[in-house]
Design a protein around this ligand. Structure first.
Ligand code: AMP
Length: 539
């Protein structure tokens, strides 16, 4: 067989050739509805690559992006990766110290930023050691003033090129993208993706039981382009030639999301649970229905049962839960119904849908006990979840094995605790460091949170372990009530009766105005544990 390299530029050429007229629609800061085609995008990606060459970017050099999901960011994915540079996507919600650490650690030579993030970069600029210049993702008419030197306008750079740029030959094992984990402790760690891993992951993503993408689909990634390559969507949609719709800075805005879903005939939308809470709230309060949407893929955090039910029973939308990590490109498992399970009744299907999903070919799974012994797939035994495969990182960028994240026999330790049932469906019970140990037994904080979220008065819930003289630790439930709800602590705790084992029922509940979140929308349990470290349980 031929040894044709699996490269980003090969996808660019494919989509331009076969799906050049397929549309890409974006909301941007300077245009509420920008429209063009995959053909336009790939031509402009080549122009960008030519411009970057003139700016002196060499193969392997990193260009950092601080930008929302829109067509210019997509062009950078291809223009940078396709030309053999590395597209380093940066989360703008990180603290300034984290941004400085990440940009310096990555040794980004150039930054491409949305106009609204330029002030953020100006504030930290004096601490950035490697950055030579900034490209602002807008046209001349919208160029902001800047105190910095060497600031370029994206449209001017791209507009000066003819588009006759030829993609260079690159080794499929060379790096194409870089993303840092938004760890809640310690310095962020970089994951360097290569062309081959990116394409194998994108191929896996399009399969019917995974994301199920075809040229007929219109795809709305609400997962940011700065969060694990938006789950591979920029690549998998190009492989199949799907229409792409991107919400720009309007990510968490239920109304904009609804308008895009409805007016652009979106068939599949992807994002973390918090985004869909905003959308569901909007449609409920405004008497709308999600008539056109066929499926949502929801991952990045456990998906509440009530959300799966709302999508399915109110809107007729299939919700597929996915599990993965920055370190895994990110897809590990996706929850679709396996042959043989069709006879499950509605409730049993809902139970199954609350699991994280089953293995995707290309990502092996195992659960092990503290001594490293493999545990059975019986849906009961839980242990450390480990993975292996061609789109799982073999190390962190520039850490050279120092993170201790891999086992001696070559598996990546995910830091998640899980069960796997006899059908191969994985259920995440906790992050290793969030596990609650009560009387020597583990209690799953995720299951308790999901149960609490099923109560109609609960907007958000988190469960942490607090110390207890007899049981070592007991679960404490923190709840954000829906606006105007008068839920009492007694009623909240009574709700758990019959839904979880009695000894799992939280010992106490505290109602809070809001929960702290990380930059990627996960509840910051470390902060909650610090805040409630001295909490005296009444139960
Ligand atoms: P990140 O690298 O920021 O995408 O975070 C990855 C982590 O998110 C995983 O290790 C899990 O702890 C969590 N996660 C992702 N998907 C799920 C899911 N479906 N259920 C529970 N936790 C999840």
């Amino acid at each position: 067989m031929m040894d044709t390299p699996l490269t980003i530029s090969a996808i660019a050429d494919h989509v331009a050739t076969f799906h050049g007229s397929r549309e890409i629609v974006s909301v941007t800061a300077d245009n509420p509805r920008h429209r063009y085609t995959w053909g336009d995008a790939m031509l402009r990606a080549k122009k960008l690559a030519a411009a970057l060459k003139k700016l002196g970017l060499q193969q392997g050099d990193r260009l950092g992006t601080v930008a929302w999901n829109d067509y210019r960011h997509l062009e950078i994915y291809y223009g940078v990766g396709g030309a053999g540079h590395v597209c380093h996507t940066i989360n703008p919600r990180l603290f300034p110290e984290q941004l400085i650490f990440i940009i310096n650690h990555a040794e980004d030579r150039w930054l491409a930023v949305d106009p609204m993030f330029l002030p953020l970069i100006e504030k930290i600029a004096e601490h950035l050691n490697s950055v030579e210049g900034i490209i602002v993702l807008t046209d001349e008419a919208h160029m902001p003033e800047s105190s910095l030197d060497n600031v370029h306008c994206y449209e001017t750079l791209v507009g000066a090129e003819s588009g006759d740029f030829e993609w260079p030959q690159v080794d499929e094992r060379s790096a194409s993208a870089l993303c840092y984990t938004s760890g809640t402790t310690g310095d962020p760690k970089g994951v360097l993706y290569n062309h081959r891993s990116t394409i194998l992951h994108a191929y896996a993503g399009i399969a019917p039981d995974v994301l199920s993408l075809s040229s007929q689909d219109t795809v709305l990634p609400v997962v940011p382009l700065f969060h694990v390559n938006a789950w591979g969507i920029p690549y998998s949609t190009a492989i199949v030639g799907a229409k792409l719709v991107m919400p720009g800075p309007k990510m968490g805005d239920g109304e904009t999301l609804y308008e895009l879903l409805d007016s652009e005939d979106v068939s599949i939308a992807l994002g973390v649970p918090t985004v869909w809470l905003a959308l569901l709230q909007y449609v409920e309060q405004n008497g709308k229905r999600l008539d056109k949407l066929e499926r949502t893929v929801v991952g990045g955090a456990a998906v509440p049962r009530s959300m799966i039910e709302a999508f399915r029973d109110i809107h007729g939308v299939e919700l597929r839960q996915g599990w993965g990590m920055t370190e895994m490109s990110p897809i590990g498992t996706v929850n679709s119904l396996k042959s043989g399970l069709e006879s499950l009744d509605s409730e049993a299907r809902l139970d199954l849908a609350t699991k994280a999903g089953r293995g995707v070919f290309g990502c092996e799974l195992r659960i092990v006990d503290d001594a490293g012994n493999e545990l059975p797939w019986d849906g009961v035994a839980y242990g450390a979840l480990q993975v292996r495969g061609p789109w799982v990182c073999s190390d962190y960028f520039k850490l050279e094995g120092k993170s201790g994240s891999h086992t001696d026999d070559g598996w990546f330790d995910t830091g998640d605790v899980a069960t796997i049932d006899p059908e191969g469906y994985l259920a995440i019970t906790d992050r290793t460091k969030d596990v609650i140990k009560s009387g020597g037994e583990w209690i799953s904080s995720i299951e308790l949170e999901n149960t609490a979220m099923g109560h109609p008065d609960v907007a958000e819930a988190a469960v942490i372990g607090v110390s207890h003289p007899k049981w070592t630790e007991r679960p404490l439930l923190l709840v954000v009530r829906n606006e105007g709800a008068e839920l009492s602590d007694k009623a909240m705790l009574a709700y758990f009766k019959g839904r979880v084992a009695d000894w799992w029922i939280p010992s106490d509940v505290v109602f809070v105005d809001e929960l702290p979140h990380t930059a990627t929308g996960k509840v910051k349990k470390v902060e909650l544990r610090q805040q409630f470290a001295d909490f005296k349980l009444s139960g």
